[in-house]
Design a binder for this molecule. Structure first.
Ligand code: UDP
Ligand code: MG
Length: 322
């Protein structure tokens, strides 16, 4: 059976890049249709993540000109992960497979062919993996690789060098819909859903136009979310650290008693001050990490909606009503 495909593309302030990449997506989906790899009623689904520029107007115009293009618009900016989730959840009951991809042309759209082949061979999830990071700055490359290693050490199953370019079948998405957490890190969550999966390798290029929305601050916050959403090991490390410090201080106390008894106790103001400061720092870091988890729990218990769809393009609207 030929599958119906939805290509899901989150867009935030992308008016510079969308007019360039939309025709590329169209060309790709048309060529897949012509080769009978996907159904004729397959779609490109844009998710406007509360853009402040003309992104939503561009999406509406694309959709008016060609029904292959469809779009939903979130009520406000919710961030890449939530926008993508909104698109996937919208698509899951309408199609057989989704492919999520960024709208900036960085991910090689031709890898989709291979992803589809893997799907036809039985894979339910196909991860797009960057084969090299030559185009990245040295800083981004080393920090990213260190980060993936760290995540694995901390016990989050995560595919090395895979971001959010992936094929997911609607079967998997329907199971995924039961993951109700508010703190989401999709690339770490799909491995948890399970099902047969495989990887497809591609070269990642530079952004075609516009700017990255991931400055260092957001990158660090995504990185931190990734760790704290998947692993409680940092809290365990704190306990271990506590034991180590306690042991060291016990040794220190024994040493101090010994020094006092043998009469050569020193007027050690400097050492005392530095130990106090050091321990103060350790404690603050530990409280911070625990606080991060409590904050996450707070957000989870509130269970607020992860996104709110404000508007649909016309055809989607009709399709939803029938
Ligand atoms: N994006 C989004 N909401 C945001 C930030 C980004 O939907 O708040 C989208 C953006 O339009 C793009 C994708 O997420 O399609 C990846 O963002 P970007 O290219 O800026 O990140 P980078 O590739 O530099 O990591
Ligand atoms: Mg990008």
């Amino acid at each position: 059976m030929v599958p119906r495909l939805y290509i899901v593309i989150p867009c935030y302030n992308e008016e510079a890049v969308l007019p360039i990449t939309a025709p590329l997506f169209l060309e790709k989906i048309k060529s897949l249709m012509e080769r009978k790899k996907i159904r004729e009623d397959s779609r490109v689904l844009f998710v406007n993540d509360g853009s402040k520029d003309a992104t939503w107007e561009i999406i509406q115009k694309l959709s008016a000109d060609n029904p292959v293009f469809q779009g939903i618009s979130l009520s406000r900016n919710r961030g890449h992960q939530n926008a993508l989730l909104a698109g996937l959840m919208e698509a899951k009951d309408k199609c057989d497979i989704t492919i999520s991809i960024d709208c900036d042309g960085q991910d090689d759209i031709h890898a989709m062919d291979q992803m589809l082949d893997e799907y036809l061979d039985g894979a339910e999830v196909v991860y797009g993996v960057r084969s090299s990071r030559k185009k990245d700055s040295f800083f981004k490359r080393t920090t990213a690789q260190g980060y993936y290693r760290l995540l694995n050490v901390l016990g989050a199953e995560i595919v090395y060098n895979h971001a959010d370019y992936r094929l997911v079948s609607s079967k998997v998405l329907k199971e995924f819909a039961n993951f109700k957490e508010v703190n989401i890190f999709l690339r770490g969550m799909f491995p948890l859903v399970g099902f047969k999966s495989t990887c497809v390798y591609y070269e990642r290029t530079e952004r075609i136009a516009g700017q990255s929305h991931y400055p260092l601050r957001k990158m660090l916050s995504l990185a931190f979310d990734g760790i704290t959403s998947f692993s409680v090991k940092p809290i365990r490390l704190i306990t271990t650290l506590g034991f180590v410090v306690a042991l060291l201080s016990a040794i220190g106390i024994l040493w101090a008693i010994y020094a006092a008894l043998t009469g050569n106790s020193v007027a050690g103001w400097a050492s005392l001050a530095s130990i106090t400061c050091f321990l103060g720092g350790v404690q603050l870091v530990c409280i911070g990490i625990i606080g991060e988890y409590i904050g996450k729990m707070y957000l989870e218990t509130k269970a607020r909606p992860r996104y709110i769809i404000a508007e649909y393009t016309e055809e989607m609207d009709k399709e939803n009503q029938t």
